[in-house]
Design a protein. Structure first.
Length: 272
């Protein structure tokens, strides 16, 4: 990946400097900034740059490391990377390569799923987990979806389901550059590839979480139509040191609708 591509105009709203690191045959782009305890942030299906307001706020309290998942935004996508499990192994290697310890690991939506998978594989460098409206487990019968099929929904009802304030969901695609439209399309394509079959979960994950004895905070927006309260409470019940917090006036994208409240909750939890 060229420096020009890595530092594209898509990043202008994110103040954290960008860098690249070679992990095997993966050239991984990540942003890093701030001081204090390391906090690794894993973005959801809407990509990294939608999290800019939250990440810049978190950098006031933490040394924030925020990678771009391969296949999202303008990142490289190796042929062998095609699952959440692949991301989990990659980020365990990233934390090890950077020499981080007592990491606060935060993830939103599929980022929360990645974080949960990481904690079941190697928790030696982790000190706390913040799982923001995560997917990843199955709690209901096999013939019923726990997570609505977002790929089968039209744009308007999908945004109504994901946002508390529908006005914040509106986006003028005609005002976006070709680069930005391409990034949106790549995000959706990659999200479908890594989460489609089985849909939005790993059947084995719920059986592995009993060993994750790291303090864990589950966060959910009060108006989230994608992640139900029953779902997130069932998720938290699988982990011995987990608790649930609901943030008012927010849907699934807490980092867009309530970045101040989300930052405050993560910071208070990580420092407690």
């Amino acid at each position: 990946m060229s420096e020009t591509t890595a530092l594209s105009r898509l990043e202008t709203n994110l103040k954290l400097p960008a860098a690249c690191i070679q992990l095997g045959d993966v050239e991984l782009t990540y942003h890093r900034g701030g001081r204090g305890r390391p906090l690794v942030y894993l973005h959801g299906g809407d990509g990294l740059y939608a999290n800019a307001p939250l990440l810049d706020k978190l950098a006031g309290y933490f040394d924030v490391i925020a990678p771009i998942h391969p296949g999202f935004e303008c990142s490289q996508m190796p042929d062998w990377v095609d699952s959440i499990d692949d991301y989990a192994h990659l980020y365990i290697a990233l934390i090890d390569r950077l020499g981080l310890a007592n990491v606060a690991l935060a993830g939103a939506s599929i980022g929360g799923w990645i974080a949960a998978e990481m904690a079941t594989k190697n928790k030696s460098r982790l000190g706390a987990l913040a799982l923001i409206a995560p997917v990843g487990i199955k709690i209901g019968p096999a013939d019923k979806l726990d997570i609505p099929d977002i790929f089968a929904m039209r744009d308007a009802p999908l945004r109504e389901m994901l946002f508390h304030d529908y006005g914040k969901a509106l986006q003028d695609f005609s005002a976006l550059s070709d680069e930005e439209l391409t990034a949106i399309a790549r995000n959706r394509e990659t999200l479908a590839m890594v989460s489609w079959e089985p849909y939005m979960h790993n059947p084995k994950l719920s059986h592995r979480l009993f060993g994750v004895d790291i303090p864990t905070l589950f966060l959910r927006g009060s108006s989230d139509g994608m992640i139900s309260q029953n779902y997130i409470e069932a998720y938290a019940a699988l982990m011995p040191k987990a608790k649930v917090q609901v943030i008012p006036a927010s849907g699934h994208f807490l980092h867009i609708e309530q970045p101040d409240s989300l930052c405050a909750s993560i910071t208070a939890f990580a420092k407690s």
